[in-house]
Design a protein around this ligand. Structure first.
Ligand SMILES: [Zn+2]
Length: 469
């Protein structure tokens, strides 16, 4: 079943139409969070990509089924070459917070769902946890051993034999013959693997005592890549129309998943590999060491509507690297507020031109169906906002309709002044006093501070008046 939605497939390196192979719903798998910390705004950009696709399909009349995994075990730290080494991310965080690892996992999983709800993300059909899918993974690993795609190493770990999968590297272009062992390469597994690019499907527990399970190969825990194969094959019945993830997952995570899944079933499981690009913040890569990791809560604490983040992402193509800044968030927040005010005013202005609404909405959908060109569609929306020949009621109908794709809650009531935070009220009071004592430099400074918080001020003989930008 064709859907009219064309998206860039990383493997084919071309636009491909999204089709529901089963004839009734598009199956989508999106790599989810490793729940040892809060997702930052860059991670959220990928999760919102899934929501945008889902909403676009719904708007054009197609059902979809989205599965997003929760990695709560087995995701080890990585070295520069992408090899998994060192400690399990969850166990490391569990030590740092002195909390049971499963409690850590549930805490950050709950935060993940809260963030998605604040971003108005339509929930996935299921959020399977790795720790609760161990049986599926064991079955898959056993099958891969049987079909000689995997073997038990001398260290008791089970490895996937990379060379057993001929087309390894087709997504990322990292072919096996060009993959050289890194100098920090798996030193503790040295000699256990047949080939340097083989990766662990099951890791022997050795000294580890937490988050381990019994298996035919002894107690241990799964490697990170195998969960996505196990879950997508099971929950999407062996066929993934769209597989989503951040660009950094392209290699090795997605290459390994593809090798595992295809080897298990003997055909190409994923039709389209879709990758969201990197997000920079204020021109820099976000990293814990640089101390510039931004969470959704940071956006909210600055006084911005969380949906301003959503609008910022929509103003940029998912496939281009994007630089998010506080200024762009402020501008998006102001835009949302302006639209909400205008929608409230447009309500009683004239009649609805139904034909115009249909044409406009079809045009927006057509833009978005071309590799999710939301920037272009939003440009049309801004043009419509300013068009004085179109009645308010018609504009309102257009905004409300296309917002089913954008998910910006444009029809929500605008903010009321009473919602000003205590910080804003305090600054307003200080500025009032500064003006009364004719301390104009202080007054100007306070005006700038308020402006940064989204407040503009007008001075009149009656005193200062303020409003949201
Ligand atoms: Zn994955």
């Amino acid at each position: 079943m064709n859907t009219g939605l064309f998206i860039f497939d990383t493997k084919a390196r071309a636009l491909k139409e999204v089709c529901a192979k089963n004839g009734f719903e598009v199956s989508i798998y999106c790599c989810g969070p490793t729940v040892y910390r809060d997702a930052h705004v860059g991670n959220l950009r990928t999760f919102l990509l899934g929501d945008l696709i889902k909403r676009t399909l719904t708007y054009s009349g197609y059902d979809s089924r989205l599965i997003q995994n929760i990695t709560d075990v087995g995701h080890m730290a990585e070295d520069i070459a992408g090899n998994e080494i060192g400690e399990d991310k969850l166990l490391a965080q569990s030590k740092a917070e002195a909390i049971d690892p499963f409690e850590i996992a549930r805490k950050y999983e709950a935060n993940f769902h809260t963030d998605l709800a604040k971003l108005n993300v339509i929930p996935a059909a299921a959020y399977p946890r790795a720790s609760e899918t161990i049986d599926l993974m064991l079955k898959l690993i056993a099958d891969l051993i049987l079909s000689k795609h995997a073997y038990v190493g001398t260290d008791g770990c089970v490895y996937f034999s990379a060379t057993s999968f001929e087309s390894y590297g087709e997504i990322s272009g990292n072919r096996l013959d060009s993959l050289k062992p890194g100098h920090r390469y798996d030193y503790f597994e040295d000699g256990a693997k047949h080939f340097h690019a083989d990766w662990a499907l099951w890791k022997a527990a050795e000294n580890r005592t937490e988050m381990i399970w019994d298996s035919p190969w002894g107690p241990g825990f799964p490697g990170w890549h195998i969960e996505c194969s196990a879950m997508s094959l099971e929950l999407l019945e062996g066929n993934v129309d769209l597989h989503l993830g951040g660009i950094d997952l392209r290699f090795p995570h997605h290459e390994n998943e593809r090798a595992q899944s295809n080897s298990a079933v003997g055909y190409e499981v994923v039709e389209n590999w879709v990758h969201g690009e990197h997000l920079l913040f204020e021109g820099r890569k976000m990293s814990k060491s640089a101390g510039n990791v931004v969470l959704l809560n940071d956006v909210i604490e600055k006084g911005f509507d969380p949906l301003a983040l959503r609008l910022c992402f929509l103003e940029n193509r998912y496939r281009s690297q994007m630089d998010l800044t506080w200024d762009s968030l402020r501008a998006a927040d102001a835009t949302l507020e302006r639209w909400r005010k205008k929608l409230a005013q447009w309500q009683d202005q004239g009649d609805i031109d139904e034909q115009f609404v249909r044409d406009f909405c079809e045009g927006s959908l057509a833009d978005i169906q071309q590799d999710l060109d939301t920037p272009r569609a939003l440009q049309q929306l801004r043009k419509l906002e300013k068009d004085e020949l179109i009645s308010g009621a018609t504009k309102l109908a257009c905004f409300v309709s296309v917002d089913e794709i954008y998910g910006l809650e444009i029809a929500r009531a605008p903010k009321v002044k009473a919602e000003a935070t205590p910080e804003i009220l305090d600054l307003l009071e200080k500025r009032k006093l500064a003006r009364e004592t004719k301390d104009f430099p202080a007054s100007d400074n306070l005006r700038d501070q308020l402006l940064k918080l989204g407040i503009s001020i007008k001075d009149s003989p009656a005193g200062q008046e303020w409003d949201w930008n």
